[in-house]
Design a protein around this ligand. Structure first.
Ligand code: GTP
Ligand code: MG
Length: 360
């Protein structure tokens, strides 16, 4: 198999390679014949921030190959003591709200201040169109050239649950590699934003001006997930409107449940074009962390997120296991027919299903 077809190949353009490149007179990451990994070397390289090794480790965790997955999990386990030290920030908003441009400007500012920034994206549409990731690569062009930035699109295939598991694991690996700010972009549609809320510390919702009607119609649900609502593209003629819109959101927020106990959801405005409003954003996030550590909400949320993740994985595993057993899909389909034509109640269907599968 050529290197390029291997699951371990680092996708071109994913990582900016500056410091990783020099150390790549390669020991093979996975010795192909025996499917072994020199864990100590891999751990040491990743802890030193070697981007190529980091990308390869992520690829292992994303792999559908069972052996690779096992290697990846063991590697992750060894890196776990070095995880958890970042600020994890989720960024959501409707398509076109300017999330990617915002991340480029914000990420660059943070790199300039000496932070190491990892950008991950969850884009449920990318598996269908394949287009967004390509677009993002050009939009984050400057950031991807930064030595202290690492950009990784979400895997473009698989179930939503699978994509989220991989994003969480990627986040942990990035933390081990020294990234102290993790930015996760997700399109503001569907279950994806709830899932991202459940893996980050701070959740930022980008909105646009001229959204008076939208404001009325905007789902209360998503505003209640946000720790800050930022009116984006506050530049040129739009600036005045942006301020006004921010005020309107502030009023509405009074009526809603805050996303984080003890924290009042903030309203902000910024322009990625003019690079204005950004200092204040990170100040807000730092203050959020300070408060959260003080009143323990920060750690409690993280622990809860990890246990919920575990429970979700149990469910995923059980469901996968169930449907992978021969005959179960057909049994479910035939019971569904019986339920629809009234010859079984749903509860009876469940009884029969598990009585049958227990016998097998
Ligand atoms: N005026 C103005 N336009 C902006 C600003 N930021 C982004 N844009 C424009 O808004 C459009 C959408 O920006 P993106 O960053 O691609 O938006 P997105 O939310 O990532 O979009 P999806 O990934 O498709 O959901 C682009 O044409 C940008 O040039 C800004 O600060 N001011
Ligand atoms: Mg985008």
């Amino acid at each position: 198999m050529s290197e390029h077809k291997s699951a371990l190949f680092v996708q071109p353009g994913v990582a900016a390679n500056h410091d990783g490149m020099q150390s790549t007179k390669r020991r093979k990451f996975v010795k192909k014949k025996k499917q072994q990994l020199d864990y100590e070397a891999a751990v040491a390289d990743i802890l030193q921030g070697d981007k190529i090794r980091l990308a390869k480790a992520i690829t292992l965790l994303e792999s559908a190959n069972r052996e690779h997955k096992v290697l990846g999990q063991e590697l992750l386990k060894r890196l776990l003591p070095h995880t958890g030290k970042s600020i994890r920030i989720g960024i959501t908003g409707v398509p076109g709200a300017g999330k990617s441009t915002f991340i480029e400007t914000f990420g660059k500012m943070l790199c300039d201040q000496g932070h190491k920034v990892a950008v991950l994206a969850i884009d449920p549409s990318s598996s269908i169109t394949g287009g967004s990731i390509l677009g993002d690569k050009t939009r984050m062009e400057e950031l991807s050239r930064e030595k202290n930035a690492f950009i990784r699109p979400s895997p473009s295939a698989g179930t939503l649950g699978g994509v989220h598991r991989k994003t969480r694991e990627t986040m942990l690996l990035c933390e081990a590699a020294g990234y102290d700010v993790i930015l996760i972009e997700t399109v503001g549609v569907g279950q994806s934003e709830t899932a991202v809320r459940n893996m980050v510390d701070f959740f930022l919702l980008l909105v646009l001006t001229g959204a008076g009607d939208e404001l009325q119609g905007m789902k209360k649900g998503i505003m209640e997930l946000a720790d800050a609502i930022l009116v984006h593209k506050a530049d040129g003629e739009n600036l005045r409107n942006a301020k006004k819109t921010a005020m309107e959101y502030r009023q509405i927020l009074h009526l809603l449940q805050p996303a984080t106990p003890g924290w009042t959801t903030k309203t902000l405005f910024a322009s990625s074009y003019d690079k204005t409003g950004f200092e204040f954003i990170f100040d807000t996030i730092r203050e959020f962390k300070r408060q959260g550590l003080e009143n323990h909400v920060w750690n409690e949320r993280r622990n809860l997120q990890t246990t919920e993740w575990f429970r979700t994985m149990i469910l995923d595993h059980l469901v996968d296991d169930f449907y992978n057993k021969p005959g179960n899909k057909q049994t479910v389909a035939s019971l569904e027919q019986d339920i629809l034509n009234g010859s079984l109640t749903v509860a009876q269907g469940i009884e029969q299903l598990f009585a049958r599968t227990k016998d097998e």
